[in-house]
Design a binder for this molecule. Structure first.
Ligand SMILES: [Zn+2]
Length: 402
């Protein structure tokens, strides 16, 4: 029961019991050892899902077509298998398989009291779901135990569970509207904790640097179009920055990461795949993979281990801080940003940053935008002016976080 870090199973079941089997492509029409889904899980799903679809269609047709329904179900099932992948044309093939198994499970729940073949298939899916839930609990427990003692994870989880228990007790005593109201309150607190990049409830977050310094951070690289240009700009202003890089991009362009280090800058960990929409809701297993894999990739490419972590769009989850601290890093956010990742007008971006820049600021900029060079150039000019002011007051010129 030692899940491989390379195990990309869709279900927790195969992460626990699948071992380190080779990975295949999670596609209905193809299997190969390329990166994708766990091969044993693929084989199990590729038998069970088509059979369930076949049984479900035959069962649906049986009232109107009688015995012919089983014959008709063959071509219709084949059509469904080939058409639905296009309907669910999601980027990740694993997500596509998750949707298939989710649909089969939903079907099984509604047909569990039907007898015969339909009932048998329903119970196969329901048993699988129960075992999957147990496996997920085992994995989460393992991950939480690895973090025991780190940044008060047990205390935070204890508070989280106690608040929910209190909401249930409240509903039991005074009626369900009280549980709903308490649940809404817990949800609001939880949203603040995970979605507000500056909130410290889940653990310490660095938002400002030392006085008399301004730190420039550049997220979401490396990028072959912009990284070299930004490096030249930083050199021309004798300024060092922290580049928060995405592991997948470092793997694609390790030479750019090495160049950033060679020129005296620092690289921070910005997760392996930058799952910005759902990072706040990730469990301990996936959170660890996102952060630890990025750390390994950056170290393999540059020979240096990042000491700073920045969460995608600043959102963290219950497990981010303990994992970051276990890997010897600190969480860094920012206190100045111009929304340059979404805004296309550099003037508007600069209007949100430049007038307010002052000593101790951490500025968030992004690498892979068409306006990256223009924005960085203008910010660097402003920083130089401010630093000259600091120098006149007898402080050393540096915008680097020690
Ligand atoms: Zn980012």
């Amino acid at each position: 029961m030692n899940p491989s870090s390379d195990n990309r199973s869709v279900s927790a079941l195969f992460r626990v019991f699948g071992g380190a089997d080779a990975r295949g492509v999670a596609d209905v029409r193809e299997i190969s050892p390329r990166a994708g889904m766990h091969a044993a899980e693929f084989r199990a799903f590729s038998i069970l899902i088509p059979l369930t679809i076949f049984v479900a269609i035959a069962d649906r047709l049986s009232s109107s077509c009688g015995a012919a329904s089983w014959l008709l179900a063959v071509p219709l099932g084949f059509l469904a298998l080939n058409i639905l992948p296009f309907v669910f044309a999601v980027a990740s093939q694993s997500v596509q398989w998750l949707l298939w198994s989710g649909m089969c499970l939903a079907w099984a729940i509604f047909h569990r009291h039907t007898g015969g073949v339909v009932g048998t298939f329903s119970y196969i899916w329901l048993a699988g779901a129960v075992m999957n839930l147990a496996a997920a609990c085992i994995l989460d427990w393992q991950a939480i135990m690895r973090l025991a003692g780190k940044s008060g994870i047990i205390v935070r989880l204890g508070i989280f569970i106690s608040l929910h228990l209190a909401a249930i007790v409240l509903g039991y005593k005074f009626g369900w509207p009280f549980t709903l109201a308490a649940g809404a309150g817990i949800a609001a607190l939880f949203c603040r904790a995970v979605l507000d990049p500056s909130c410290q409830w889940l653990g310490p977050v660095h938002r400002t640097t030392d006085k008399e310094k301004i730190l420039i951070t550049l997220d979401d690289g490396p990028n072959p179009k912009t990284t070299p240009v930004l490096l030249d700009l930083l050199d021309s202003h004798s300024t060092k920055a922290i580049f928060f890089m995405i592991g997948e991009k470092v793997r694609a362009h390790p030479e750019l990461a090495r160049e950033v280090i060679r020129r005296g800058h620092e690289i921070g960990n910005h997760t392996m795949t930058h799952p910005q929409a759902g990072f706040w809701a990730l469990g301990p297993w996936r959170t660890r993979r996102e952060i630890a894999e990025c750390q390994q990739v950056i170290e393999a490419a540059t020979g240096t281990r990042p000491r700073w972590f920045r969460a995608p769009v600043g959102h963290r989850n219950l497990f981010t801080h303990p994992i970051v601290s276990e890997l010897g890093m600190f969480v860094m956010a920012w206190n100045r940003r111009g929304f340059d990742a979404v805004e296309r007008d550099p003037k508007k971006v600069l209007a949100r940053i430049s007038p307010f820049l002052s000593s101790g600021d951490i500025v968030l900029l992004h690498e892979a935008t068409p306006i990256a060079a223009e924005v960085l150039g203008a910010v660097l000019k402003k920083v130089s002016l401010l630093h000259d002011g600091f120098n006149n007051r007898g402080h050393s010129r540096s915008n680097y976080l020690d």
